[in-house]
Design a protein around this ligand. Structure first.
Ligand SMILES: [Zn+2]
Length: 354
């Protein structure tokens, strides 16, 4: 299965989330108060991956005022110590102190219980414990700052919504960015959903797990036990299988280069990939009717070339269906912002709720 998480019993999108997280944070000051009545409304978010930790510091206006990048230390102890250090570093980079921080949010690639702040079997972080109370341990390490833990896709979706909304704010545009799917084209395929300003986790944390929607009953077997899952066609792993890296660059880069140079086989593989990714977009829009589908994850680092290919495929699919055409799918797709670490930003937004 994917890296998706969430154990059982989550409630989706507490009411406070819209206020504190997705909405008009720019207009709010002091969204979290300490017992002393002080309002240290800076928050920190960490996007903890298998190889690196990206951190972001948000000021009381919701602006990113510090970022940091550190190597992940594996194992439970290393994870806690490394995360604590990343928090201290990003706080320092923004010129404030830990005492000014109202909350910390963590995005974790693993099974996460956001209510208890525990992480289960985050294998690519070297955490094999049945249950690691990460929020509690990190909070203790940071002298009691509240810590929340969330699945990595969910923080990416929240972060993308926050960043796009603030960009629209500056441009005087419409506030419609808090309704999106973050489609992560990583090793696997999955999405995070922010629907009308609310993070949608689902009752078992599986909302947006579209990589395991079977699209071909005769297709290849999937590690999840089903056959012909969408992830087998639209993911970094699928690309690597179809176009193994030959020159030391990532497979998607080599594929797109070869296609650009006119290699017929590469063009076929690229078109097939674009079409499968377009199917993922179509699936998301047809199930949730989100206003935006944001392409992220490692494969999205291809940038506009990927976006163009997916939009072309969407227009192609719409040609045969006036219904699809009326949904204007190609216009809903965009690339994830790259000027800030969106997942870390999303974690910091969720840290405001802590
Ligand atoms: Zn599957």
């Amino acid at each position: 299965m994917g890296s998706r998480s969430g154990t059982g019993t989550s409630v989706q999108g507490e009411p406070s989330e819209r206020k504190a997280g997705m909405g008009k944070v720019g207009k709010r000051k002091g969204s979290a108060r300490t017992g002393s009545g002080r309002a240290p409304a800076y928050t920190v978010g960490l996007d903890i991956g298998g190889t690196k930790i990206l951190g972001a510091l948000l000021d009381p206006e919701g602006e990113v005022v510090g970022t940091v990048r550190r190597t992940t230390v594996h194992g439970a102890d290393g994870l806690v110590a490394g995360a604590a250090q990343a928090v201290r570093d990003v706080v320092a980079s923004g010129g404030v102190e830990l005492a000014d921080v109202a909350g910390v949010g963590l995005g974790i690639p693993g099974i996460v219980d956001h209510r208890s702040g525990t992480v289960k079997h985050a294998v690519n972080l070297g955490v094999h414990d049945d249950e690691l109370p990460l929020a509690e341990l990190l909070s203790a390490e940071l002298g009691g700052v509240p810590v929340v833990v969330e699945n990595d896709l969910n923080v990416a979706a929240v972060g993308a919504a926050h960043v796009l909304e603030r960009s629209a704010d500056r441009a005087g545009g419409a506030h419609d960015h808090a309704d999106l799917a973050f489609l992560a084209l990583g090793t696997g395929l999955a999405s995070g959903l922010v629907l009308e300003g609310q993070l949608r986790r689902g009752v078992s944390g599986a909302a947006g797990e579209i990589g395991h929607v079977p699209v071909d009953p005769l297709g290849p077997e999937c590690p999840c036990g089903q056959r012909g899952c969408l992830e087998r066609f639209a993911s970094g792993k699928a690309l690597e299988a179809a176009w193994p890296s030959r020159h030391g660059k990532p497979s998607p880069v080599e594929l797109f280069e070869a296609a650009r140079a006119g290699d017929q086989e590469a063009i076929v593989v690229k078109d097939r990939f674009a079409s499968a990714t377009a199917s993922a977009v179509r699936l998301l829009v047809l199930t949730t009717d989100v206003r935006h589908v944001v392409l992220g994850g490692g494969v999205a680092q291809l940038g506009t070339e990927l976006l163009d290919a997916v939009q072309d495929a969407l227009r192609e699919q719409a040609k045969v269906s006036p219904f699809l055409g009326s949904l204007r799918l190609a216009e809903r797709v965009q690339l994830a912002p790259t000027h800030v670490p969106v997942a870390a930003v999303g974690a910091a937004v969720l840290g405001r709720r802590s």
